[in-house]
Write a protein that binds this ligand. Structure first.
Ligand code: UFG
Length: 337
């Protein structure tokens, strides 16, 4: 298949590009580098042995999108491009609605003009809100707890409406749990700008000496060790879930939402312990108060992905940590400018 990846140089987009090429597909990447670096393209070429077909375009730029879709043919798009920081979304909601929702609408309009009606959408387990009905199934009630989550839910609903209005549209929204890890080459990985908002990149920056201590946001949750539990999934498993989803769209069209997680919950302390053991590096920690908006525990019911897509996550927690550590120790300051 010929597949357009918006946000193709981002953390999940870049790993999905590798997985798609490994599976024999052709990819075109689109990104505006608002949260990624051009060096990713060199690294992808080194991993795949193929120069990337790339357009520097902001996904809200209708003229830019039109140019890409006029110059290439595509069977499907996988739409990653969107801002993704919960805290920033609370401070700057319009940025999230313009880029997260507006960018999706602009992409769908461009696709419609070119009769490309297959899309896999980057959604998030954040649409389950603070639900404690674990494991989280796709038919659990959704709840918006911040503007970022609202953009994800709104885009899911837009895709559902589009499919209902015109049966030619096929869309799968993938609800990601907590992606971590990196390509085993150590050439590509997660490179957050500024202070990492997420646990794993924070731990790896402490490990490499960029930050002195990991703050644990609360050890008084109703969990076995008191720290928050999440479903961490290796980014390459997640990437392979996209390959399965985009191939499935071609054979079984319609609209669907599918969790991508492992089905296993890991606590903050368990993740820190695994990192210290696998990387052999001490991680100083200090317990501070809970982060507003965090729930105690979240993990997926991963059975629908297995039933519908024939996909299950297969990489272990130790592989996640080993691959993060290889990436971070080979690139202590992330990608070069
Ligand atoms: N945590 C710490 N210290 C840190 C960072 C995180 O203790 O410095 C804890 C959090 O309290 C939580 C766990 O580590 O218990 C995981 O936190 P992350 O920020 O890595 O992940 P979240 O589950 O909070 O958020 C992620 C995505 C969001 C998405 C959400 C639900 O980052 O975009 O999952 O899908 F909305």
């Amino acid at each position: 298949m010929k597949i357009l990846l918006t946000g193709g140089t981002g953390y999940i987009g870049s790993h999905t590009a590798v997985a798609l090429i490994d599976a024999g597909h052709q990819v075109t990447l689109l990104d505006d580098f608002s949260n990624s670096k051009a060096a990713v393209l060199d690294r992808l070429r080194d991993i795949t042995g193929t120069a990337m077909d790339f357009f520097e375009v902001d996904v809200t730029d209708e003229v830019g999108l039109e140019k890409v879709l006029s110059e290439r043919t595509f069977d499907a798009a996988i739409h990653f491009a969107a801002p993704k920081a919960v805290g920033e979304s609370i401070e700057r909601p319009l940025l999230y609605f313009k880029n997260g929702v507006g960018g999706t609408v602009a992409l769908l309009q461009a696709m419609e003009r070119h009769s490309i009606c297959n899309i896999v959408y980057s959604s998030s387990a954040t649409v389950y809100g603070m639900s404690d009905d674990l494991p989280l199934r796709e038919d659990a009630p959704t709840e918006v707890i911040n503007p970022y989550g609202r953009t994800k839910l709104m885009c899911e609903e837009i895709l559902q409406d589009l499919h209902q209005a015109d049966g030619r549209w096929n869309a799968t929204a993938l609800r990601y749990f907590n992606p971590v890890g990196a390509h085993p080459s150590g050439l590509i990985g997660e490179d957050p700008q500024g202070v990492p908002a997420n646990l794993m990149p924070f731990i790896s920056q402490v490990a490499v000496g960029r930050r002195p201590v990991l703050q644990i946001f609360g050890d008084d949750y109703p969990t076995p060790d008191g720290t928050g539990i999440r479903d961490y999934i290796h980014v390459l498993d997640l990437a392979e879930g996209h390959v399965a989803a985009v191939e499935h769209l071609a054979s079984d069209p319609g609209y669907d939402v599918i969790n991508l997680g492992t089905g296993n919950g890991i606590s903050v302390r368990e993740l820190v312990d695994a990192f210290e053991r696998v990387a052999g590096v001490p991680i100083p920690t200090e317990v501070v108060g809970r982060r507003p908006g965090d729930g105690p525990a979240s993990w997926a019911d991963a059975s629908k992905a297995a039933d519908v897509l024939g996909w299950t996550a297969r990489r272990s927690l130790d592989e996640m940590v080993a691959d993060v550590w290889r990436w971070q120790s080979q690139n202590p300051d992330g990608y070069p400018d």
